[in-house]
Each structure stands twice: as structure tokens, then as C-alpha cells.
Design a binder for this molecule. Structure first.
Ligand code: SF4
Ligand code: SF4
Length: 305
């Protein structure tokens, strides 16, 4: 099976995640995205973010997310401009788009597609067989060295359904991974039977991060990983940081990458993407070294807040 952390092991990989739309054709009951703001990334923000990527000398691995990416009116143009500029792309999608849309996407950008992550939302999928068939068709059409995985959030109540889905997908050659439910920044623990079953079936490194105190750890997120919001704001990763949380805004021209390596200013890390791409080192600054670092940053260089 495709494993991005192995594929890029030992290489410095520049990557980014860009939310290109809030629009979505699903109405999941647990959706945290603002239901009254189902809009696309504004045209001027799209242009500025594309300009930013076109100006980069290194090739980026850029994951486009939503909402639902296929609902964005700019989706195909964004993919075209990024790939023409030499970048690789990945998608997070709910798989609701018609199979012809996926075929068009793969036909147009096949060699530049690094992976697709499809999410399964039980309350929204009307016909499970159609969902599985679509997943199998996408897997077969994608280059064999491109990754494709279906994920779903596990709750005690849906375990049997997801296990059934896992078996059906894997019999069609499609990988399935469980996502541990997060509540108030913490990962949920399940009953013993489920925990035993899950050991190698979670998104990589989920359990390595649980309970880990990341503050002071040297990490290159914010340099080799950028989390770009729909308005062009750039965050270092997915967790709040005491310093260097907001790295500025690409559309307003205020974005600055942080230098690397750099300490983590967040108590806890729940960011599986940076750890899976080898951005989080095993080194931690000592406490005195950390406070000295913060003092110098605040009073001599200024923070990026
Ligand atoms: S598919 Fe994702 S973005 Fe769309 S409604 Fe469900 S949770 Fe929200
Ligand atoms: S260790 Fe985790 S929380 Fe800290 S900066 Fe890196 S990715 Fe973000």
C-alpha cells in the first residue's frame, strides 16, 4: 500500500494544505464548518495564493480541501495552474461528485496526483454499493504509485458498520483507515474490543500523539508545511501556538515563513500530517533555552502575531 511517509523518507518535502471552499453538497450533522458561510475562496485570494505557489522555486505537495473541493467553481483551474507550475497535488474529498468528475480529474492531472483521501459520511451516503463501486473505479484509474484511502470517524456506535465497509473496500483493493474521534482537543478512547482491533488501522501516528506534550520540540511546520485558510491566512499547523500561530496572510502580502528549525509553542500536538512527513524531530529545547528563545524573539525580533 502507498505510504507517503516512506515515499518521502529522508527528503525535505515542502507541503501545504489549502482550503479552497466552504461549499459542500453534504449536510453532516457534526460538520464544524460554518453552515451559513458556504462560499468559495474569494477570487482575489485564489489569484494571490496561486501567484505565491507559481513564484516558489521548489515543488510543493499541495493538498486541496474544503468543504468539498469539487463544489468549488475554481477547482479544475486551481489544479491546472498548480500542476503547470510543477507542483504535486492531493485531495480531501467526500467522494460525492459524479464518477465522471473524478475521471476528468485523473485524466487531466494523473501524473501530478500524489494521493486522494476520501471521507465516508454514513448519514449522507444514500447507497453504500455505489460508494464502494466509485471508490474501486477511482483506485483502478489512478496511477498505481498514487495513494488512495477512505477514512471515517469511528464512534462506538458505528464500529460494526465501519468494519463491514472496511472489508468490502479492501476486497476491491481500496485501503480504509479509521479516524479516532477528537473531542475538546483530546482523542477518544473506545472499549477494549475496539482498541485491540484498531492497533494498525488508525491514521498513522494518531496514537503516538495522544497525550504527548509537544511544547519546545523542534519542528519545521510553518516552514516546510503551511496551513492556508480560505481567506489566505497561513497557520503553522493545526494547533494553536503561543507564538507564530498566524504567519500572516498571503492575499494581503503579510505572510512570512518561519525559519527552520523552530520550537513548537503549543502544549499538545494533534497534527498527523507534520509527524507523518518527518517534520517533528526528537529534539526538545531545554526549559531555560526555551524561555531564552521566547525572550529574544519577543524583544529583539518581534513575533509574527
Ligand atoms: S462532507 Fe465534510 S464539509 Fe461536507 S458537510 Fe460533511 S463534514 Fe462538512
Ligand atoms: S509539533 Fe505539532 S503542534 Fe507543534 S508546531 Fe509541530 S505540528 Fe504544530
Amino acid at each position: 500500500m502507498f505510504d507517503i511517509s516512506k515515499k518521502y523518507k529522508g527528503k525535505v518535502i515542502q507541503s501545504a494544505e489549502w482550503k479552497i471552499t466552504y461549499k459542500c453538497n453534504y449536510k453532516c450533522e457534526y460538520c464544524y464548518q460554518l453552515k451559513d458561510k458556504r462560499v468559495d475562496c474569494a477570487p482575489d485570494v485564489v489569484e494571490k495564493v496561486l501567484e505565491f505557489f507559481k513564484a516558489q522555486k521548489e515543488s510543493y505537495l499541495i493538498k486541496l480541501i474544503g468543504g468539498e473541493v469539487f463544489c468549488s467553481k475554481d477547482f479544475f483551474r486551481i489544479c491546472r495552474e498548480l500542476t503547470e507550475a510543477g507542483h504535486k497535488i492531493c485531495l480531501g474529498t467526500n467522494l460525492a461528485a459524479h464518477i465522471s468528475e473524478f475521471e476528468k480529474f485523473i485524466d487531466l492531472f494523473g501524473d501530478s496526483i500524489e494521493f486522494i483521501t476520501g471521507s465516508y459520511h454514513r448519514s449522507q451516503v444514500k447507497d453504500l454499493d455505489v460508494f464502494i463501486e466509485k471508490a474501486a473505479l477511482i483506485r483502478n484509474k489512478l496511477n498505481q504509485d498514487a495513494g488512495f484511502m477512505i477514512t471515517s470517524v469511528l464512534m462506538d456506535s458505528n464500529f460494526n458498520d465501519l468494519k463491514d465497509l472496511e472489508g468490502k473496500l479492501e476486497s476491491r483493493g481500496v485501503e480504509f483507515k479509521y479516524q479516532r474521534l477528537k473531542s475538546e482537543g483530546r482523542y477518544t478512547k473506545y472499549g477494549d474490543e475496539i482498541e485491540k482491533y484498531l492497533s494498525d488501522k488508525l491514521i498513522d501516528n494518531t496514537d503516538n500523539l495522544a497525550g504527548w506534550i509537544s511544547e519546545r520540540t523542534i519542528c519545521t511546520a510553518g516552514h516546510s508545511f503551511l496551513n492556508i485558510a480560505i481567506n489566505g491566512d497561513v497557520l503553522r499547523c493545526y494547533n494553536q501556538q503561543k507564538m507564530y500561530n498566524g504567519l500572516g496572510n498571503i492575499a494581503k502580502g503579510t505572510f512570512r515563513k518561519i525559519p527552520k528549525p523552530f520550537p513548537c509553542f503549543s502544549k499538545k500536538c494533534t497534527c498527523t500530517v507534520p509527524i507523518n512527513r518527518g517534520m517533528i524531530s526528537k529534539k526538545k529545547l531545554s526549559l531555560p533555552g526555551y524561555y531564552c528563545f521566547i525572550f529574544k524573539e519577543k524583544f529583539f525580533k518581534g513575533t509574527n502575531k
